[in-house]
Design a protein around this ligand. Structure first.
Ligand SMILES: Cc1ncc(COP(=O)(O)O)c(C=O)c1O
Length: 438
Protein backbone atom coordinates (compact mmCIF):
# COMPACT_ATOMS: atom_id res chain seq x y z
CA UNK A 1 0.00 0.00 0.00
CA UNK A 2 1.35 3.41 -0.95
CA UNK A 3 0.31 5.24 2.25
CA UNK A 4 2.48 4.97 5.37
CA UNK A 5 0.11 3.82 8.08
CA UNK A 6 0.66 4.27 11.80
CA UNK A 7 1.91 0.89 13.13
CA UNK A 8 -0.63 -1.24 15.03
CA UNK A 9 1.35 -1.18 18.29
CA UNK A 10 1.33 2.62 18.28
CA UNK A 11 -2.41 2.71 17.64
CA UNK A 12 -3.05 0.23 20.43
CA UNK A 13 -1.00 2.17 22.98
CA UNK A 14 -2.55 5.51 21.94
CA UNK A 15 -6.03 4.02 22.15
CA UNK A 16 -5.17 2.87 25.69
CA UNK A 17 -3.96 6.35 26.53
CA UNK A 18 -6.75 8.42 24.99
CA UNK A 19 -9.90 6.32 24.79
CA UNK A 20 -12.24 5.48 27.62
CA UNK A 21 -11.49 1.86 28.47
CA UNK A 22 -14.69 0.43 27.02
CA UNK A 23 -13.37 -0.34 23.56
CA UNK A 24 -12.67 -3.89 22.61
CA UNK A 25 -10.64 -5.29 19.72
CA UNK A 26 -11.34 -8.45 17.79
CA UNK A 27 -8.34 -10.83 17.65
CA UNK A 28 -5.17 -11.32 19.69
CA UNK A 29 -3.33 -9.48 16.94
CA UNK A 30 -5.90 -6.85 15.95
CA UNK A 31 -6.28 -5.77 12.35
CA UNK A 32 -5.99 -2.23 11.00
CA UNK A 33 -8.50 -2.20 8.16
CA UNK A 34 -7.91 0.54 5.61
CA UNK A 35 -9.66 -0.32 2.36
CA UNK A 36 -12.79 -2.13 1.24
CA UNK A 37 -14.56 -3.08 -1.97
CA UNK A 38 -17.61 -5.34 -2.38
CA UNK A 39 -17.21 -8.34 -0.07
CA UNK A 40 -13.51 -7.76 0.59
CA UNK A 41 -11.48 -5.62 3.01
CA UNK A 42 -7.73 -4.95 3.21
CA UNK A 43 -5.43 -4.34 6.16
CA UNK A 44 -2.68 -1.71 6.25
CA UNK A 45 -0.11 -4.24 5.03
CA UNK A 46 -2.12 -4.99 1.91
CA UNK A 47 -3.52 -8.36 3.04
CA UNK A 48 -7.01 -9.02 1.74
CA UNK A 49 -9.87 -10.68 3.67
CA UNK A 50 -13.36 -11.87 2.87
CA UNK A 51 -15.64 -9.85 5.15
CA UNK A 52 -17.82 -12.54 6.69
CA UNK A 53 -19.41 -10.22 9.25
CA UNK A 54 -20.00 -7.10 7.13
CA UNK A 55 -18.54 -4.62 9.61
CA UNK A 56 -20.86 -5.64 12.40
CA UNK A 57 -23.81 -6.88 10.36
CA UNK A 58 -23.84 -3.49 8.67
CA UNK A 59 -22.78 -3.94 5.05
CA UNK A 60 -25.57 -5.01 2.73
CA UNK A 61 -25.03 -3.64 -0.81
CA UNK A 62 -21.27 -4.21 -0.48
CA UNK A 63 -18.40 -1.98 0.60
CA UNK A 64 -17.94 1.15 -1.50
CA UNK A 65 -20.62 0.24 -4.01
CA UNK A 66 -20.00 2.26 -7.23
CA UNK A 67 -23.58 3.56 -7.32
CA UNK A 68 -23.34 4.91 -3.77
CA UNK A 69 -19.90 6.38 -4.42
CA UNK A 70 -21.15 8.13 -7.52
CA UNK A 71 -24.20 9.55 -5.74
CA UNK A 72 -22.15 10.89 -2.81
CA UNK A 73 -19.47 12.22 -5.14
CA UNK A 74 -22.03 14.13 -7.16
CA UNK A 75 -23.55 15.59 -4.03
CA UNK A 76 -20.17 16.81 -2.78
CA UNK A 77 -19.21 18.17 -6.21
CA UNK A 78 -22.41 20.18 -6.42
CA UNK A 79 -22.23 21.45 -2.83
CA UNK A 80 -25.41 19.71 -1.72
CA UNK A 81 -26.06 20.88 1.81
CA UNK A 82 -24.56 18.46 4.37
CA UNK A 83 -26.62 19.40 7.36
CA UNK A 84 -30.02 21.03 7.52
CA UNK A 85 -31.84 19.29 10.40
CA UNK A 86 -35.52 18.47 9.93
CA UNK A 87 -36.38 22.14 10.67
CA UNK A 88 -35.92 22.85 6.96
CA UNK A 89 -37.44 21.15 3.98
CA UNK A 90 -35.31 18.76 1.94
CA UNK A 91 -36.60 16.10 -0.42
CA UNK A 92 -34.16 13.34 0.63
CA UNK A 93 -35.81 12.06 3.84
CA UNK A 94 -39.23 12.33 2.25
CA UNK A 95 -38.17 10.07 -0.63
CA UNK A 96 -36.58 7.60 1.77
CA UNK A 97 -39.70 7.49 3.95
CA UNK A 98 -41.77 6.74 0.83
CA UNK A 99 -39.44 3.90 -0.13
CA UNK A 100 -39.50 2.49 3.40
CA UNK A 101 -43.25 2.33 3.85
CA UNK A 102 -43.45 0.32 0.62
CA UNK A 103 -41.65 -2.41 2.57
CA UNK A 104 -43.44 -2.35 5.92
CA UNK A 105 -46.54 -4.32 6.91
CA UNK A 106 -49.76 -2.45 6.18
CA UNK A 107 -50.46 0.30 8.65
CA UNK A 108 -46.87 0.60 9.91
CA UNK A 109 -46.17 3.77 8.01
CA UNK A 110 -45.09 6.73 10.15
CA UNK A 111 -41.36 7.25 9.95
CA UNK A 112 -38.96 8.78 12.48
CA UNK A 113 -35.31 8.99 11.44
CA UNK A 114 -32.41 8.65 13.89
CA UNK A 115 -28.63 8.19 13.70
CA UNK A 116 -28.45 4.65 15.05
CA UNK A 117 -30.32 1.55 16.12
CA UNK A 118 -30.16 2.54 19.80
CA UNK A 119 -31.80 5.87 19.06
CA UNK A 120 -34.46 4.20 16.93
CA UNK A 121 -35.34 1.97 19.90
CA UNK A 122 -35.31 4.94 22.29
CA UNK A 123 -37.82 6.64 20.01
CA UNK A 124 -39.93 3.48 19.90
CA UNK A 125 -39.96 3.29 23.72
CA UNK A 126 -40.85 6.98 24.12
CA UNK A 127 -43.64 6.80 21.55
CA UNK A 128 -45.09 3.60 23.06
CA UNK A 129 -45.00 5.02 26.57
CA UNK A 130 -46.54 8.27 25.38
CA UNK A 131 -49.30 6.47 23.47
CA UNK A 132 -50.23 4.07 26.28
CA UNK A 133 -49.50 6.16 29.35
CA UNK A 134 -47.77 3.07 30.75
CA UNK A 135 -44.09 2.85 31.68
CA UNK A 136 -43.09 -0.82 31.60
CA UNK A 137 -41.22 -2.13 28.55
CA UNK A 138 -40.72 -5.88 28.39
CA UNK A 139 -37.75 -7.58 26.80
CA UNK A 140 -36.18 -10.99 26.39
CA UNK A 141 -33.18 -12.23 28.30
CA UNK A 142 -30.24 -12.55 25.88
CA UNK A 143 -31.72 -9.67 23.86
CA UNK A 144 -29.76 -6.55 22.91
CA UNK A 145 -31.26 -3.26 21.79
CA UNK A 146 -28.47 -0.70 21.99
CA UNK A 147 -25.99 1.15 24.16
CA UNK A 148 -28.04 4.19 25.20
CA UNK A 149 -29.63 4.37 28.61
CA UNK A 150 -33.19 3.15 27.97
CA UNK A 151 -31.96 0.60 25.43
CA UNK A 152 -29.34 -0.69 27.87
CA UNK A 153 -32.07 -1.09 30.49
CA UNK A 154 -33.57 -3.69 28.11
CA UNK A 155 -30.29 -5.57 27.72
CA UNK A 156 -30.39 -9.28 28.49
CA UNK A 157 -26.63 -9.74 28.93
CA UNK A 158 -24.93 -9.03 32.26
CA UNK A 159 -21.67 -8.80 30.34
CA UNK A 160 -22.90 -5.68 28.51
CA UNK A 161 -24.45 -3.90 31.46
CA UNK A 162 -22.76 -1.28 33.64
CA UNK A 163 -22.73 -1.14 37.41
CA UNK A 164 -25.62 0.94 38.76
CA UNK A 165 -27.29 0.99 35.33
CA UNK A 166 -30.87 2.13 36.08
CA UNK A 167 -33.18 -0.69 35.26
CA UNK A 168 -36.52 0.79 36.24
CA UNK A 169 -39.71 0.23 34.28
CA UNK A 170 -38.57 -2.92 32.53
CA UNK A 171 -39.31 -6.59 32.87
CA UNK A 172 -37.85 -9.58 31.06
CA UNK A 173 -39.02 -12.99 29.92
CA UNK A 174 -36.88 -16.05 29.24
CA UNK A 175 -35.34 -16.34 25.79
CA UNK A 176 -36.96 -18.61 23.20
CA UNK A 177 -33.69 -20.49 22.80
CA UNK A 178 -34.50 -23.83 21.13
CA UNK A 179 -30.95 -25.23 21.44
CA UNK A 180 -30.89 -24.55 25.18
CA UNK A 181 -34.60 -24.49 25.98
CA UNK A 182 -35.05 -22.95 29.44
CA UNK A 183 -38.06 -25.27 29.88
CA UNK A 184 -36.14 -28.41 28.95
CA UNK A 185 -38.27 -29.01 25.83
CA UNK A 186 -37.37 -30.05 22.28
CA UNK A 187 -38.59 -27.93 19.33
CA UNK A 188 -40.72 -30.74 17.87
CA UNK A 189 -42.53 -31.50 21.14
CA UNK A 190 -42.87 -28.14 22.86
CA UNK A 191 -46.00 -26.08 23.39
CA UNK A 192 -44.27 -22.71 23.15
CA UNK A 193 -43.79 -22.51 26.91
CA UNK A 194 -41.42 -19.60 26.13
CA UNK A 195 -44.33 -17.59 24.71
CA UNK A 196 -46.48 -18.43 27.75
CA UNK A 197 -43.63 -17.12 29.87
CA UNK A 198 -44.12 -13.67 28.35
CA UNK A 199 -47.68 -13.70 29.70
CA UNK A 200 -46.61 -15.02 33.09
CA UNK A 201 -43.92 -12.31 33.26
CA UNK A 202 -46.47 -9.58 32.60
CA UNK A 203 -48.92 -11.08 35.09
CA UNK A 204 -46.36 -11.46 37.86
CA UNK A 205 -44.07 -8.45 37.46
CA UNK A 206 -46.37 -5.64 36.30
CA UNK A 207 -49.72 -4.20 37.40
CA UNK A 208 -51.28 -5.86 34.36
CA UNK A 209 -50.63 -3.24 31.72
CA UNK A 210 -47.44 -2.55 29.80
CA UNK A 211 -46.28 0.13 27.38
CA UNK A 212 -44.50 -2.24 24.99
CA UNK A 213 -42.53 -5.41 24.52
CA UNK A 214 -39.39 -5.32 22.36
CA UNK A 215 -38.18 -8.45 20.56
CA UNK A 216 -35.59 -9.18 17.83
CA UNK A 217 -36.90 -11.63 15.19
CA UNK A 218 -33.46 -13.29 15.40
CA UNK A 219 -31.51 -12.47 18.55
CA UNK A 220 -28.26 -11.04 17.17
CA UNK A 221 -25.91 -10.35 20.07
CA UNK A 222 -27.46 -13.37 21.79
CA UNK A 223 -25.86 -15.55 19.11
CA UNK A 224 -28.45 -15.55 16.30
CA UNK A 225 -31.03 -17.38 18.39
CA UNK A 226 -33.83 -18.19 15.94
CA UNK A 227 -37.26 -18.81 17.50
CA UNK A 228 -40.08 -20.45 15.50
CA UNK A 229 -42.58 -18.27 13.62
CA UNK A 230 -45.47 -19.32 15.88
CA UNK A 231 -43.67 -17.85 18.89
CA UNK A 232 -43.94 -14.32 17.55
CA UNK A 233 -47.58 -14.55 16.58
CA UNK A 234 -48.51 -15.89 20.02
CA UNK A 235 -46.44 -13.25 21.83
CA UNK A 236 -47.83 -10.36 19.78
CA UNK A 237 -51.36 -11.38 20.86
CA UNK A 238 -50.27 -11.54 24.51
CA UNK A 239 -48.59 -8.13 24.32
CA UNK A 240 -51.70 -6.58 22.81
CA UNK A 241 -53.96 -8.26 25.37
CA UNK A 242 -52.06 -6.44 28.10
CA UNK A 243 -52.36 -3.10 26.32
CA UNK A 244 -48.78 -2.99 25.05
CA UNK A 245 -47.24 -2.11 21.71
CA UNK A 246 -45.13 -4.75 19.96
CA UNK A 247 -41.72 -3.35 18.92
CA UNK A 248 -39.95 -5.52 16.37
CA UNK A 249 -36.25 -4.69 16.56
CA UNK A 250 -34.99 -5.35 13.03
CA UNK A 251 -31.64 -3.61 13.48
CA UNK A 252 -29.90 -6.85 12.47
CA UNK A 253 -32.61 -8.72 10.54
CA UNK A 254 -33.76 -5.81 8.34
CA UNK A 255 -32.77 -4.86 4.79
CA UNK A 256 -33.53 -8.34 3.45
CA UNK A 257 -30.65 -9.98 5.30
CA UNK A 258 -32.82 -12.99 6.16
CA UNK A 259 -33.38 -13.69 2.46
CA UNK A 260 -37.11 -13.12 2.88
CA UNK A 261 -38.74 -9.69 2.63
CA UNK A 262 -37.04 -6.39 3.42
CA UNK A 263 -38.53 -6.58 6.91
CA UNK A 264 -38.58 -10.11 8.35
CA UNK A 265 -41.49 -9.04 10.58
CA UNK A 266 -43.67 -9.39 7.46
CA UNK A 267 -42.61 -12.98 6.76
CA UNK A 268 -43.17 -13.93 10.37
CA UNK A 269 -46.66 -12.42 10.20
CA UNK A 270 -46.00 -10.37 13.35
CA UNK A 271 -48.68 -7.84 14.17
CA UNK A 272 -46.06 -5.21 15.07
CA UNK A 273 -46.84 -1.66 16.10
CA UNK A 274 -43.29 -0.37 15.64
CA UNK A 275 -40.40 -1.67 13.54
CA UNK A 276 -36.91 -0.31 14.12
CA UNK A 277 -33.90 -0.79 11.88
CA UNK A 278 -30.34 0.50 11.29
CA UNK A 279 -27.01 -1.23 10.49
CA UNK A 280 -27.33 -2.76 6.96
CA UNK A 281 -29.99 -0.17 6.14
CA UNK A 282 -27.27 2.49 5.73
CA UNK A 283 -24.62 0.10 4.30
CA UNK A 284 -22.15 1.66 6.73
CA UNK A 285 -23.71 5.12 7.14
CA UNK A 286 -24.94 6.16 10.61
CA UNK A 287 -28.70 6.05 10.13
CA UNK A 288 -31.56 4.38 11.94
CA UNK A 289 -35.32 4.56 11.76
CA UNK A 290 -38.41 3.77 13.83
CA UNK A 291 -41.53 3.13 11.75
CA UNK A 292 -44.83 3.00 13.61
CA UNK A 293 -48.58 2.79 13.25
CA UNK A 294 -50.75 5.90 13.50
CA UNK A 295 -51.99 4.65 16.88
CA UNK A 296 -48.45 4.99 18.22
CA UNK A 297 -47.40 8.03 16.21
CA UNK A 298 -50.47 10.28 16.32
CA UNK A 299 -50.47 10.93 20.09
CA UNK A 300 -46.99 12.46 19.61
CA UNK A 301 -48.60 15.46 17.89
CA UNK A 302 -47.73 18.60 19.78
CA UNK A 303 -44.53 17.06 21.14
CA UNK A 304 -41.15 17.86 19.66
CA UNK A 305 -38.69 15.05 18.90
CA UNK A 306 -35.48 16.75 17.84
CA UNK A 307 -32.41 14.85 16.71
CA UNK A 308 -29.85 17.21 15.18
CA UNK A 309 -28.41 15.09 12.37
CA UNK A 310 -31.26 12.64 11.80
CA UNK A 311 -32.59 12.83 8.26
CA UNK A 312 -29.63 14.80 6.91
CA UNK A 313 -28.98 14.38 3.17
CA UNK A 314 -25.80 12.26 2.96
CA UNK A 315 -26.67 9.30 5.20
CA UNK A 316 -30.23 9.41 3.85
CA UNK A 317 -29.04 9.21 0.24
CA UNK A 318 -26.69 6.36 1.17
CA UNK A 319 -29.63 4.46 2.68
CA UNK A 320 -31.85 5.20 -0.30
CA UNK A 321 -29.23 4.05 -2.82
CA UNK A 322 -28.70 0.94 -0.69
CA UNK A 323 -32.41 0.13 -0.90
CA UNK A 324 -32.31 0.62 -4.69
CA UNK A 325 -29.27 -1.63 -5.07
CA UNK A 326 -30.83 -4.34 -2.91
CA UNK A 327 -33.84 -4.34 -5.24
CA UNK A 328 -32.03 -3.93 -8.60
CA UNK A 329 -29.31 -6.48 -7.89
CA UNK A 330 -31.78 -8.94 -6.35
CA UNK A 331 -29.69 -9.12 -3.21
CA UNK A 332 -32.49 -10.54 -1.08
CA UNK A 333 -32.76 -13.51 -3.43
CA UNK A 334 -28.98 -13.82 -3.28
CA UNK A 335 -29.06 -13.73 0.53
CA UNK A 336 -31.49 -16.65 0.46
CA UNK A 337 -29.47 -18.74 -2.01
CA UNK A 338 -26.09 -18.05 -0.42
CA UNK A 339 -27.52 -18.44 3.08
CA UNK A 340 -28.94 -21.86 2.19
CA UNK A 341 -25.63 -22.89 0.61
CA UNK A 342 -23.80 -21.86 3.78
CA UNK A 343 -26.25 -23.54 6.15
CA UNK A 344 -26.19 -26.78 4.12
CA UNK A 345 -22.39 -26.68 4.25
CA UNK A 346 -22.32 -26.08 8.00
CA UNK A 347 -24.84 -28.85 8.66
CA UNK A 348 -22.66 -31.28 6.73
CA UNK A 349 -19.58 -29.98 8.57
CA UNK A 350 -21.36 -30.53 11.88
CA UNK A 351 -21.26 -34.30 11.30
CA UNK A 352 -17.47 -34.37 11.31
CA UNK A 353 -16.61 -31.40 13.55
CA UNK A 354 -17.16 -32.25 17.24
CA UNK A 355 -17.06 -28.58 18.23
CA UNK A 356 -20.22 -27.63 16.31
CA UNK A 357 -23.22 -27.97 18.60
CA UNK A 358 -25.80 -26.01 16.62
CA UNK A 359 -26.22 -24.24 13.30
CA UNK A 360 -29.03 -21.70 13.08
CA UNK A 361 -30.21 -18.46 11.53
CA UNK A 362 -31.82 -17.38 8.30
CA UNK A 363 -30.41 -16.05 5.04
CA UNK A 364 -27.11 -14.30 5.68
CA UNK A 365 -27.49 -14.20 9.42
CA UNK A 366 -26.00 -17.52 10.54
CA UNK A 367 -24.81 -18.64 13.96
CA UNK A 368 -22.61 -21.64 14.73
CA UNK A 369 -22.65 -22.51 18.43
CA UNK A 370 -19.44 -24.15 19.65
CA UNK A 371 -19.55 -26.67 22.48
CA UNK A 372 -16.84 -28.77 24.12
CA UNK A 373 -19.21 -31.74 24.16
CA UNK A 374 -22.40 -32.19 22.16
CA UNK A 375 -24.21 -33.91 25.07
CA UNK A 376 -23.29 -31.60 27.94
CA UNK A 377 -23.26 -28.54 25.61
CA UNK A 378 -20.44 -26.97 27.64
CA UNK A 379 -19.62 -23.56 26.17
CA UNK A 380 -16.48 -23.65 24.02
CA UNK A 381 -15.52 -20.02 24.55
CA UNK A 382 -11.73 -20.18 24.01
CA UNK A 383 -12.18 -22.46 21.03
CA UNK A 384 -14.51 -19.91 19.41
CA UNK A 385 -11.90 -17.16 19.75
CA UNK A 386 -9.28 -19.57 18.38
CA UNK A 387 -11.36 -20.50 15.31
CA UNK A 388 -11.95 -16.80 14.64
CA UNK A 389 -8.20 -16.13 14.80
CA UNK A 390 -7.40 -19.11 12.56
CA UNK A 391 -9.96 -17.94 10.00
CA UNK A 392 -8.49 -14.44 10.08
CA UNK A 393 -5.01 -15.81 9.38
CA UNK A 394 -6.47 -17.60 6.34
CA UNK A 395 -8.16 -14.43 5.04
CA UNK A 396 -11.68 -14.67 6.49
CA UNK A 397 -13.22 -12.32 9.06
CA UNK A 398 -16.04 -13.61 11.28
CA UNK A 399 -17.89 -12.21 14.27
CA UNK A 400 -18.85 -13.81 17.53
CA UNK A 401 -21.66 -13.49 20.05
CA UNK A 402 -23.66 -15.28 22.71
CA UNK A 403 -23.55 -14.61 26.45
CA UNK A 404 -20.54 -16.91 26.71
CA UNK A 405 -18.83 -15.77 23.49
CA UNK A 406 -19.20 -19.25 22.00
CA UNK A 407 -21.20 -18.51 18.86
CA UNK A 408 -19.50 -17.71 15.56
CA UNK A 409 -21.56 -15.10 13.75
CA UNK A 410 -21.67 -14.99 9.98
CA UNK A 411 -23.31 -11.98 8.30
CA UNK A 412 -21.44 -11.04 5.12
CA UNK A 413 -22.52 -8.37 2.62
CA UNK A 414 -25.62 -9.52 0.74
CA UNK A 415 -23.69 -9.49 -2.55
CA UNK A 416 -21.53 -12.45 -1.51
CA UNK A 417 -20.82 -14.90 -4.36
CA UNK A 418 -20.78 -18.71 -4.59
CA UNK A 419 -16.98 -18.60 -4.73
CA UNK A 420 -16.96 -16.54 -1.51
CA UNK A 421 -19.30 -19.03 0.17
CA UNK A 422 -17.17 -22.00 -0.86
CA UNK A 423 -14.02 -20.25 0.38
CA UNK A 424 -15.80 -19.55 3.66
CA UNK A 425 -16.89 -23.17 4.12
CA UNK A 426 -13.43 -24.54 3.32
CA UNK A 427 -11.69 -22.03 5.59
CA UNK A 428 -14.01 -22.58 8.54
CA UNK A 429 -13.78 -26.37 8.18
CA UNK A 430 -9.95 -26.25 8.11
CA UNK A 431 -9.91 -23.90 11.09
CA UNK A 432 -12.14 -26.23 13.12
CA UNK A 433 -9.83 -29.15 12.34
CA UNK A 434 -6.75 -27.15 13.35
CA UNK A 435 -8.42 -25.91 16.52
CA UNK A 436 -9.44 -29.46 17.43
CA UNK A 437 -5.86 -30.71 16.94
CA UNK A 438 -4.45 -27.86 19.05
C1 LIG B 1 -30.82 -5.84 17.62
C2 LIG B 1 -30.08 -4.56 17.86
N1 LIG B 1 -30.77 -3.47 18.20
C3 LIG B 1 -30.17 -2.29 18.40
C4 LIG B 1 -28.81 -2.16 18.28
C5 LIG B 1 -28.14 -0.85 18.50
O1 LIG B 1 -27.75 -0.30 17.30
P1 LIG B 1 -26.60 0.83 17.25
O2 LIG B 1 -25.33 0.17 17.67
O3 LIG B 1 -26.64 1.29 15.82
O4 LIG B 1 -27.02 1.89 18.18
C6 LIG B 1 -28.05 -3.27 17.93
C7 LIG B 1 -26.58 -3.17 17.79
O5 LIG B 1 -25.85 -4.13 17.74
C8 LIG B 1 -28.69 -4.50 17.71
O6 LIG B 1 -28.02 -5.60 17.39
Amino acid sequence: MEKNYTPNDTLISKRKKHFIPTTYLYHDKPLQLVKAQGTRVWDHEGNSYLDGIGGIVSISAGHNHPKIKQALHMMLESDVIQHTSMLYLTEYPVKLAEALVEETPEGVNKVGFTNSGSEANELAFMASRHATGETIIGNLRLGYHGGTSAAMAQCGHGTWRFRAQPNASTTSALAPNCYRCPFGKKPDSCSLECADHVEETIQTTTHGKIAAFIIEPIMGVGGFITPPKEYFQKVAKIVHNYGGKYISDEVQTGSGRTGEQFFYTKDLGIDADVITTAKSFGNGAPIGVAIMTSEVADPLAGKFYFNTFAGDPYPVVQAQKTMEIIREEKLIENAKRMGNRLQDGFRTMMKTQPLIGDVRGKGLLIGIELVKDKTTKTYATQETAKVMDLCKDKGLLLGKGGLHGNVLRIAPPLCITEADVDFMLKTIDESFTECQKA
